[in-house]
Design a protein around this ligand. Structure first.
Ligand code: GCO
Ligand code: CA
Length: 255
């Protein structure tokens, strides 16, 4: 077995929601494994700043600013990438937001924003890249799931619903596309130190609970997600399909 199995040289990865947090960590990891990465988000300035950091480390990176909740913008954005840069062989559906609150007090707007950002986006982006992947008979789709794909936590209703849904959408993608040489899998992070979880880490009570609840006894650090992403983006996982790979310090394995 050679490490060549994990080599992404010559492949292009589009990572949605990658101007910060998990998305930027995934982009960096795939780029360090040889991929040419395309960062995506709505805020061009944030994307350019993130891209500059990767470029400073000699990594191959481009940006594509479009709103993943807008179906037409996604089709146009992916078409532009494939016309100007080349085929997207790896898609990371990572765009996500967590707007917390008690369900009985939650406005429609909050619910719809989370569902659109976390779930509609994954369908729109996968549909846009799958056309080329089916034609080429190969492709990799990696959906950012979560321990909330399996567990609920108070005040995270819409986020949890979308993470459960994207876990099953991963299996539905496998059902439609495995025969076309496309592997669709999920990475399900536990609690990682990111901008999205900063409010939780700042809460001593939550922090203590999380460290006790997680067998590893600590928050995950973003570089610890990269190995799973490189594995699922590479030939090393050519017979892995519809699988959710939990990277959670053991959280979903014990009570
Ligand atoms: C929360 C957290 C979680 C994490 C992550 C865990 O409020 O419980 O935000 O949802 O973001 O999804 O994997
Ligand atoms: Ca964004």
């Amino acid at each position: 077995m050679s490490l060549k199995l994990f080599d992404l040289t010559g492949r292009r990865a589009l990572i949605t929601g990658s101007s910060q947090g998990i998305g930027l960590a995934l982009a960096r990891g795939l780029a360090e494994a040889g991929a040419a990465v395309v960062l995506n988000g709505r805020d061009r300035a944030k994307l350019e700043a993130a891209a500059a950091r990767l470029k400073a480390d000699g990594l191959a990176v481009d940006i594509a600013a479009f709103d993943v909740t807008d179906s037409a913008a996604v089709d146009a954005g992916v078409a532009r990438i494939e016309a100007e840069l080349g085929p997207v062989g790896i898609l990371c559906n990572n765009a996500g937001v967590n707007l917390r609150g008690a369900l009985h007090e939650m406005p429609d707007e909050t619910w719809h924003t989370v569902i659109a950002t976390n779930l509609h986006s994954a369908f729109y982006c996968a549909r846009a890249v799958a056309k080329g992947m089916v034609a080429r008979g190969q492709g990799k789709i990696i959906n950012t799931c979560s321990v909330m794909s399996m567990l609920g936590r108070a005040t995270t209703g819409p986020y949890t619903a979308t993470k459960g849904a994207i876990g099953m959408l991963t299996k539905a993608m496998c059902a439609d596309w495995a025969k076309h040489g496309i592997q669709c899998n999920g990475i399900a992070p536990g609690y990682f130190s990111t901008e999205l979880t900063a409010p939780l880490r700042a809460n001593p009570e939550f922090n203590d609970w999380l460290c006790k609840r997680t067998p590893a006894g600590r928050w995950g650090e973003l570089p610890e997600l990269v190995g799973a992403a490189v594995f699922l983006a590479s030939d090393a996982s050519s017979y892995v399909n519809g699988h959710l790979l939990y990277v959670d310090g053991g959280l979903t394995s014990v009570v």
